[in-house]
Design a protein around this ligand. Structure first.
Ligand code: SAM
Length: 278
């Protein structure tokens, strides 16, 4: 597959993709309130031609197709797309294609480019969004769900902070705008990118929800260790240090135990922009 985002292709087409497939049901459940907020903002979708950018295992592509849209889901990850294809069965809609969203040529002019957490991984985001805008009809829209900063997302940051003292130093210069889940957490930066790409009417809505992360602390720790910052780091640590770090993570998650399980808040930007050009 041709890509201008080779590092992300290696990451998502490899282990990370398999981890997301393994946790697909839990991840989609956890994100339900955020997904709902994004879908509500789409509004009436019947008959619309929609690209689901970085569609992963297909949850939002399926939801948009159920609302009557013609959906093409595009993603770098073959394991995640295989799950998406399984979920669709015999239906032709949504259709899934393995491609780099930065260069993908849409099969027809689009009414909407939608993405739930799949738009923050481009090496050259202004170039990618210029190309994406050109796939839209005049008046076509972009709707992106992107994480707000880690401090607004305890469900992703509390566990990582608790184990940080046990991990090797991460080296200088962690660029907060480098491709990754928080790359679009700053509205000023995203506005610059989308303006440079030729979008107009750029609007940010803040969505903050309580997320059911897991049924109990042990499950929450397991989950964080597979998907969070611990996943890679723990492989290089001696067993006794891993045990200390896990104890610290459990303690940090304690205050979030409720009758329902482990509940933590998550905050995203729901970002809308319009292609006013022809
Ligand atoms: C955090 S996951 C989100 C997946 C899915 N949208 C969801 O909400 O479950 C990010 C997704 O973006 C995809 N992705 C990253 N860079 C991409 C690119 N340049 N083109 C297409 N997909 C990309 C990854 O393969 C991955 O599936």
């Amino acid at each position: 597959m041709e890509t201008v985002n080779a590092d992300q292709f290696a990451y998502w087409d490899g282990d990370a993709g398999h981890v997301w497939v393994r946790h697909q049901t839990r991840l989609d459940q956890l994100m339900t309130p955020l997904t709902q907020a994004l879908l509500d903002r789409v509004g009436e979708a019947s008959g619309l031609a929609i690209l689901d950018l970085g569609c992963g295992c297909g949850e939002t592509s399926l939801a948009l197709a159920e609302r009557g849209a013609h959906v093409v889901g595009v993603d770098l990850s073959s394991p995640m797309l295989a799950r998406a294809v399984d979920r669709v069965g015999e239906a032709q809609n949504p259709m899934f294609i393995q491609a780099d969203g930065a260069t993908f040529e849409a099969l027809e002019p689009l009414d909407l480019i939608f993405s739930r957490f799949g738009a923050m991984f481009f090496q050259s985001p202004a170039d990618a969004f210029t190309h994406l805008r050109q796939q839209l009809k005049p008046g076509g829209e972009l709707l992106l769900g992107c994480w707000q900063p880690p401090a607004e997302n305890p469900w992703m940051s509390v566990g990582g902070r608790a184990i940080a003292p046990f991990l090797p130093p991460s080296g200088p210069g962690n660029d907060p705008r480098a491709p990754g889940p928080f790359a679009f957490s700053d509205p000023v930066y995203v506005t610059e990118i989308l303006t440079a790409a030729g979008f107009d009417s750029i609007e940010f809505e803040s969505v903050c929800e309580t997320l059911l992360v897991a049924e109990n602390i042990d499950a929450a720790v397991d989950f964080q260790c597979e998907l969070g910052p611990a996943a890679r780091a723990f492989k290089q640590l001696p067993e006794e240090v891993v045990q200390e770090a896990l104890a610290s993570m459990k303690q940090a998650l304690g205050p979030f135990v409720t009758d329902q399980g482990i509940e933590m808040s998550g905050s995203i930007w729901s970002i809308k922009a319009v292609n006013q050009r022809g």
